[in-house]
Write a protein that binds this ligand. Structure first.
Ligand SMILES: [Zn+2]
Length: 250
């Protein structure tokens, strides 16, 4: 992987300079390419990745060979952050879905900085809150909402992280993420094309109409976006100093 430059990870961007300085000697900017596996389920977490751009899906592999994506990570989050608990196996397989760049740091070095820095611990808390929200809403979505609406939700998420209506995504990848057969994705793609939400499908590329796709997605897309913004605004990565009570108001 080689460096392509980046646009900024929200967790890192919120850290004060002195806390970034704790990480900087060990941070390495890398390109993340589609289908690259950043961590395998069950394997020890070796690196923590902070994406600046692109998108990663966290995949669960079932014994029967089925797979499903349980969450996605982009520039608002990180991959492998449970390494702060000490040497830990990865709970899911993290696969890059859209190319971008990330800063990565050896897990043990991030663990050391985590123990020394309250702002880094706070950034980890923000990420954990956002992931728990995503897991809970995702579980409800997978159980209650039709696969067509879930597919539209995933395509919108990728659209937000690619910043282009042409998504570099194969139908095979979609079937893995949604936990459905490839033929189901083909039928859904045909249906979304008929409604205008998908404009065209070429080899490895899906062109979408964002507003039409938003109409086809379930409420979970907007809810997840809103909740992430709430978490960042309620718990800013750089905590503000608590206001000192006014003498006159005591
Ligand atoms: Zn949903």
């Amino acid at each position: 992987m080689t460096c392509r430059g980046g646009v900024g990870n929200r967790l890192l961007a919120g850290l004060p300079p002195e806390d970034i300085a704790l990480l900087a000697p060990d941070l390495e900017t890398v390109a993340i390419d589609p289908e690259t596996v950043l961590s395998h389920a069950g394997d020890r977490i070796e690196h923590v990745f902070f994406p600046h751009s692109g998108a990663i899906s966290l995949m669960i592999d079932m014994a029967g060979g089925q797979t499903v994506s349980t969450a996605a990570v982009g520039h608002e989050g990180a991959v492998g952050i449970l390494a702060v608990l000490g040497p830990s196996p990865s709970a899911a397989t993290a696969i890059v879905r859209a190319a971008g760049t990330a800063s990565r740091i050896p897990a043990y070095r991030f663990h050391v900085a985590f123990n020394r820095s309250p702002p880094i611990r706070h950034a980890v808390q923000i990420h954990v809150r956002a992931m728990l929200m995503q897991f809970q809403l995702g579980a409800a979505c997978n159980a209650l909402h039709p696969v067509r609406a879930r597919m539209a939700r995933w395509l919108l998420y990728l659209r937000d992280h690619v910043d282009d209506d042409v998504l570099p995504l194969t139908q095979e990848a979609l079937s893995q993420m949604l936990g459905v057969r490839r033929t189901t994705v083909t039928l859904l793609t045909r249906d979304l094309r008929a409604s205008g939400a998908i404009r065209s499908v070429r080899r490895g590329q899906i062109e979408i109409d964002r507003s039409q796709l938003a109409a086809a997605a379930c409420e979970c897309y907007r809810t997840m976006r809103h909740e992430v913004e709430e978490i960042f605004s309620t718990h800013p990565a750089r905590p503000s100093v608590l206001p000192v009570p006014d003498e006159a108001s005591r």
